[in-house]
Write a new protein. Sequence first.
Length: 255
Amino acid sequence: MNLTDTHTHLYSEAFDEDRDLMIRRALDLGIARFFVPAIDSTYTQSMLDLEAAYPENVFLMMGLHPTHVKENFEVELIHVEEMLAQRRFYAVGEIGIDLYWDKSLLKEQQVAFKYQIGLAKQYGLPIVIHCRDAFNEVFEVLESEKGADLYGIFHCFTGTNEQAQRAISYNMKLGVGGVVTFKNGKIDQFLDQIDLRHIVLETDSPYLAPAPHRGKRNESSYLVRVQEKLAELYQMSPEDIATVTTENSKAVFKI
């Protein structure tokens, strides 16, 4: 079985004590590809080291996370631009808008989001969107940028069926992770109404561990819990879920 974790922060400090063992657990379960999003420049070297250690399995993104859009965000965007010019990345991400923690930098987040969409278009790359308490704001940007050259993944999708359909209309796959296993996650109530060709699997580890690990550190091996839940919702075999969602990820990331 071949599974793909389309969003995992393998370089996180949460894995400093057992990173290689954690990755091995995932590999042993058939999770063969890990797509690793950026946060800001302070993590770039850790990401490059991770890729060097697992060149057949780790695929890097480059971008500035919305919660790390601070007063110096222009400097961080220069770093993103310089890195994209130097070498291959598989997406621009994770980028977007997050109004959960702080609403005071909305304007800066909007500027950074649009700028990085422009970089993705320049390099022919998908975007990977982070959206928290900001669906209207994210959709406003996507509406202004829509076109054949705009595509990617709406990471950690937690919205309504209507919002899911709107995200898909902008050429976005829906990144589905541990939330689908939560009793109050809600997306399990309508997910089977969405064609599986629009879905990719993710963990967002070390965050958002699926049941029965909720509240604990997440890791890529727990992707099988998400796979099992989708098999239940779509009334398909886990193997077929793996096949379809992995092909979806290959189409997005062009591998």
